[in-house]
Design a protein around this ligand. Structure first.
Ligand code: NAD
Ligand code: GLY
Length: 365
């Protein structure tokens, strides 16, 4: 299955197919004019999937240079960016080459940014290996590292040349990571596709059990939705791409409180944030209370914890608002919130005072 991201001269295809990890050479070969590919991955993915990927490329006559960084969010930092960039330069990677990012969102964001700045920009290919990366972070060209001032604060828009999604690699993903990625799948239904949310309600168990057909349908529908949004608003200059932040403003506040650690994974924070976005929409009379209840019920049925206390987070509303004020989207003291008029009817609200959100958060158990 191929989903196209239509961006004029920066257009690229997303290929989705089982076993693509070991049959990627015909797609990668034409992007490697020197017959060499640098593949950057993390220690966990290197142990599980790099040998099969590299061997299949070598068998097709492509030389592979491997760069392995420690697994985990901490690798999205200046030091690792410098190490990866220096290594790519020492390997002689040229502007006309592509660098392959094999891994989850951490690797995709780090390698995408390294590619954006290497020799003022070389190509890169995303080979996402987490559900979150397959349905969200590998598509759309947002790349970044974290700094002492916060998450994703230094980065660039830099579109990949190709995205290769092999749902089979998810078989080795821990259940908690799979569920975290599923939050981003549900997000597409909640934004503008009520029928897909119905499908999620009926098929979440199959997706989370790793059923190949259900996973492939979830990934393909998500990639199509993301491709549509990115084609319409590549650099988030309008309100279209901003909708992808449903649940993220609340979620980021809790993630910041948890120190962006394994205490609360990004997708878990998004699930919690989406439930809160629907609750606040209902509390403000924008959305039927039964829709908010349905969202919460589905996320609970999918195994998400929707109370901050369940993650050991006991931040006061004032502290959470403090975290929200650091948001990149903050403009003249106000923050856009993605709220909803119902399931599949998300919109950008620019008129919600932070004081009202603080009062609402005071009611969250
Ligand atoms: P991650 O890359 O840290 O992967 C999670 C864990 O799973 C890691 O330990 C990794 O080694 C392991 N892993 C990866 N693939 C595996 C596999 N197939 N089997 C077993 N283990 C595997 O985290 P993530 O959740 O994929 O991504 C989170 C990052 O993505 C965050 O930094 C976030 O900011 C970023 N993000 C970016 C965008 C974007 O648009 N660029 C969107 C959403 C999130
Ligand atoms: N994950 C949000 C975006 O790509 O815009």
């Amino acid at each position: 299955m191929i989903v196209d991201v239509a961006l004029g001269s920066r257009s690229y295809p997303i290929h989705i197919a089982p076993e693509l990890l070991t049959s990627a050479a015909p797609l990668l070969g034409p992007l490697a004019p020197r017959g060499r590919l640098a593949v950057v991955t993390d220690t966990r993915v290197a142990a599980l999937h790099l040998p099969a990927f590299a061997q299949s490329l070598a068998a097709a006559g492509l030389a592979v240079d491997e760069i392995v960084v420690p697994a985990g969010e901490a690798s999205k930092d200046w030091a690792t960016l410098a190490q990866v960039s220096e290594r790519l330069l020492s390997l002689g990677v040229e502007r006309g080459d592509v660098v392959v990012a094999l891994g989850g969102g951490v690797i995709g964001d780090l390698v995408g940014f390294a590619a954006a700045i290497l020799r003022r920009g070389c190509g890169f290919v995303q080979v996402p290996t987490t559900l979150l990366a397959q349905v969200d972070s590998s598509v759309g060209g947002k790349t970044a590292i974290n700094t002492a001032s916060g998450k994703n604060l230094v980065g660039a828009f830099h579109q990949p040349r190709l995205v290769l999604v092999d749902p089979r690699v998810l078989a080795t993903l821990p259940e908690r990571e799979l569920r975290a990625g599923y939050a981003e799948v549900v997000k597409y239904g909640l934004i503008d596709d009520a029928d897909f949310f119905d499908w999620c309600e009926a098929n979440a168990a199959a997706v989370l059990a790793g059923d190949p057909a259900a996973l492939t349908r979830a990934i393909a529908t998500s990639c199509r939705a993301k491709a549509r949004v990115v084609a319409a608003d590549e650099r988030e200059t309008g309100d279209i791409r901003a909708l992808l932040n449903l649940g993220h403003t609340f979620g980021h506040a809790y993630e910041a409180e948890a120190g962006y650690s394994d205490t609360l994974l990004h997708g878990e924070a998004v699930a919690l944030g989406m439930a809160l976005a629907f609750d606040v929409s209902a509390a403000r009379g924008l959305c039927p209370a039964e829709d908010a209840a349905r969202v919460r019920a589905h996320l609970l049925a999918a195994g998400f914890r929707l109370s901050p206390a369940e993650f050991g987070i006991a931040a006061s509303p004032a502290t959470l608002i403090h975290h929200m004020r650091q948001d990149k989207k903050m403009q003249a003291g106000t923050l856009p919130f993605i709220l909803a008029r119902g399931i599949g009817k998300a919109f950008v609200a620019r008129d919600v005072p932070l004081a009202a959100i603080e009062a609402f958060l005071g009611t969250v158990r």
